[in-house]
Design a protein around this ligand. Structure first.
Ligand SMILES: Cc1cc2nc3c(=O)[nH]c(=O)nc-3n(C[C@H](O)[C@H](O)[C@H](O)COP(=O)(O)OP(=O)(O)OC[C@H]3O[C@@H](n4cnc5c(N)ncnc54)[C@H](O)[C@@H]3O)c2cc1C
Length: 315
């Protein structure tokens, strides 16, 4: 969406193609209510609000938005332009900016016995509105950013949160780990693993195995699997791009992929030193859009900033 804003602002005609039924990527689909603390200019902003702000910012320029279409193939024509074949239509374009993130959002499922039976009955991988947990005892499993962020967010509504992690150390942002340790209604059980979920109509508790103290039953109303997500670029893997695991290799000074006319930004883009943050994605978009502008209009370079553009137009 920020790519659409910048490209539109600099006179390019933009079409966004998104496979989900709504815009917003991970922010909107995976953690809408989590506060985000590391986007410049916002001391704290719920992910959903940041996504909606990005939509509002882009909507000023009326880019065309196509929802519910997954791009499956990219065909290069003899004149160097492209046809994008989605599951529903074919779209023509002169340049492509891939911001496909981690691809489809497939959660890493809990290894507990029979866990699959409890999905939708108290076991969550996508966190619903936080008031779902009002007054409840919630178990969060995992030790990375996903688990720690969700534990903190849920603790504002839940009566009690128990975090279960198989190591003593957490691999999440240090400040979030500190907050988690200081939050009165969060208790931490480590090193321990979830073995079994039990209940009747819905989740009633979980049996965990503490590495030093053995098995223990903890009664809870809900369990959140916070082990992160399997990145899967899906069809993008077949587009003749140079890949590194589930990311697309780009050149650091241009964000261009190894296929001419195609750029990549955000979580999908890889270069040495890459950090997967919203803030870095925004910066990469600035670099990529400047390059695309030069690609489409040889002879122009860089991106004048928006106020300069406005002054130029006024004149
Ligand atoms: C729980 C959690 C908490 C996080 N907290 C923070 C935080 O506090 N601060 C921070 O900076 N970062 C955070 N992140 C990381 C941040 O969300 C990502 O860095 C960011 O969303 C990347 O944006 P993106 O646009 O690259 O990709 P995404 O947000 O993944 O968006 C990619 C979009 O592309 C679509 N797509 C994929 N393939 C296709 C296709 N073939 N056709 C059409 N559409 C397609 C997907 O449906 C998706 O909507 C967090 C991530 C998680 C999971």
């Amino acid at each position: 969406m920020f790519g659409a804003t910048l490209a539109s602002l600099h006179g390019m005609k933009v079409k966004i193609i998104e496979s989900l039924p709504e815009l917003g990527g991970q922010l909107y689909a995976l953690y809408p209510e989590k506060p985000v603390y590391d986007v410049a200019g916002f001391p704290a902003i719920p992910a959903k609000d940041l996504a909606l702000n990005l939509v509002a910012q882009m909507d000023r320029y009326h880019p065309e938005v196509v929802l519910g279409e997954s791009v499956e193939a990219v065909e290069t024509l003899a004149d160097g332009t492209f046809l994008l074949h989605s599951n529903k239509a074919v779209h023509g374009t002169r340049a492509i900016l891939l911001a496909v993130g981690i691809g489809s959002f497939t959660p890493r499922r809990l290894p507990a016995e029979g866990a699959g039976n409890w999905e939708g009955r108290g076991l969550h991988y996508f966190v619903p509105p936080l008031d779902t947990f009002a007054g409840q005892h919630v178990m969060v499993v995992g030790g990375g950013d996903t688990a720690v962020d969700w534990a903190l967010a849920v603790s504002r509504q839940a009566q009690q949160v128990t975090v279960v992690h198989r190591r003593n150390d957490f691999r999440a942002q240090e400040d979030s780990v500190r907050q988690m340790h200081e939050t009165a209604n969060i208790s931490i059980v480590t090193p321990a693993e979830i073995e079994e979920i039990y209940g009747e109509a819905g989740v009633a508790g979980a049996r965990i195995r503490h590495q030093d103290e053995g098995p223990r039953d903890i009664a809870v109303d809900a369990i959140i699997g916070g082990l992160g997500f399997h990145p899967d670029l899906g069809p993008v893997k077949t587009w003749n791009l140079d890949l590194k695991g589930s990311t697309i290799k780009v050149s650091l000074d241009s964000m261009q992929t190894t296929r001419p006319g195609i750029w990549a930004v955000g979580d999908a883009a890889y270069y040495p030193g890459k950090v997967k943050l919203i803030a870095t994605g925004f910066g990469e978009v600035g670099i990529a859009v400047a390059q695309i502008r030069t690609y489409l209009h040889p002879g122009v370079s860089g991106l004048p900033h928006s106020t300069t553009l406005k002054n130029m137009r006024n004149r």
